[in-house]
Design a protein around this ligand. Structure first.
Ligand SMILES: NC(=O)c1ccc[n+]([C@@H]2O[C@H](COP(=O)([O-])OP(=O)(O)OC[C@H]3O[C@@H](n4cnc5c(N)ncnc54)[C@H](OP(=O)(O)O)[C@@H]3O)[C@@H](O)[C@H]2O)c1
Length: 254
């Protein structure tokens, strides 16, 4: 006979669920709750991409084609005309400051060494957004060794980005799905592709989940930002998985 009241949950699971429930109560009274309460469908959200290269360009295009106004940005917005044209009538380009001012939610899709300066220049404005989706990865061998070491000391990419963007409502997502595959993987039937996501803010997770569904993927919350270290290339969660596969893999990582 099983005498445990919650036999299939670890203490950590229970704490996580309790925190989620408490966050939902707070969220219901929050001024940005309206965003989450429109999930899974609702009014278009204005989306900024900081970084409009391979991954930022591909993701921003999916969002523009799904009906969301998108402003692509980089340090050289004048070079983004072709991208804007291919993303369709809802897309435009601007400076990083212009894109943040325009947006309800921001996609951060830059080489990881750029995140620190972006935090210094725009941290306050980013903290005011309901969601900053962090797609950027620190990658050993590509990025400087001291940066990689610092990220590890923070507890991985999720917590490191949180340290660089204090107060931002972060959700890591799409970190290890190759840009070139995004268009063909979107809306895959009959088995939608799963996107592991990690965040500490329930409202931001709800918005991210809504947006990810709208571009044809299935979000799977794998935990808080501390799990963000697994949302990177060269981890078991990297690549293309079904939602069930993501849940199974994530369970082995906790
Ligand atoms: N490529 C993929 O398949 C993929 C998949 C998942 C995640 N990611 C991650 O996404 C991030 C971007 O990768 P990517 O392949 O898209 O790189 P990319 O093609 O080189 O594009 C990088 C973009 O960031 C902009 N940028 C660089 N420094 C910036 C700064 N300080 N402020 C504003 N914009 C800046 C660049 O434009 P300017 O130089 O003109 O400013 C460019 O638009 C990386 O962290 C990567 O690990 C990539």
């Amino acid at each position: 006979m099983n005498v445990h009241p919650l036999p299939s949950y670890s203490r950590r699971d229970v704490l996580y669920l309790a925190a989620g429930a408490a966050a939902c109560l707070v969220m219901a009274a929050s001024p940005i709750a309206a965003f989450a309460q429109t999930a899974p469908g609702g009014a278009p959200l204005k989306i900024a991409t900081i970084g409009a290269g391979r991954e930022g360009g591909a993701l921003g295009t999916l969002f523009a084609k799904a009906g969301h106004p998108v402003m692509f940005s980089s340090r050289h917005p004048e070079q983004l005309n072709d991208l804007v044209a291919s993303a369709g009538p809802l897309a435009k380009a601007g400076t990083v400051a212009e894109a943040i001012a325009f947006a309800d939610v921001v996609l951060l899709v830059v080489p990881y060494p750029a995140v620190e300066q972006i935090g210094k220049d725009h941290g306050k404005a980013l903290a005011a957004k309901a969601l900053v989706m962090d797609i950027s990865n620190p990658i050993a061998g590509r990025d400087a060794e001291d940066l990689i070491k610092w990220v590890e000391q923070q507890g991985g990419a999720g917590l490191a980005t949180a340290a660089l963007l204090p107060g931002a409502h972060l959700v890591r997502a799409f970190n290890a799905i190759n840009y070139a595959k995004l268009p063909e993987l979107a809306h895959r039937q009959p088995d939608p592709v799963g996107v592991p996501i990690a965040g500490d803010d329930q409202n931001a997770l709800a918005i991210a989940s809504r947006l990810i569904k709208e571009i044809g993927f299935e979000p799977v919350v794998v935990g808080g930002l501390a799990m963000g270290k697994y949302l990177n290339v060269r981890t078991p969660l990297a690549g293309v998985h079904t939602p069930d596969e993501i849940r199974q893999i994530a369970a082995t990582l906790k």
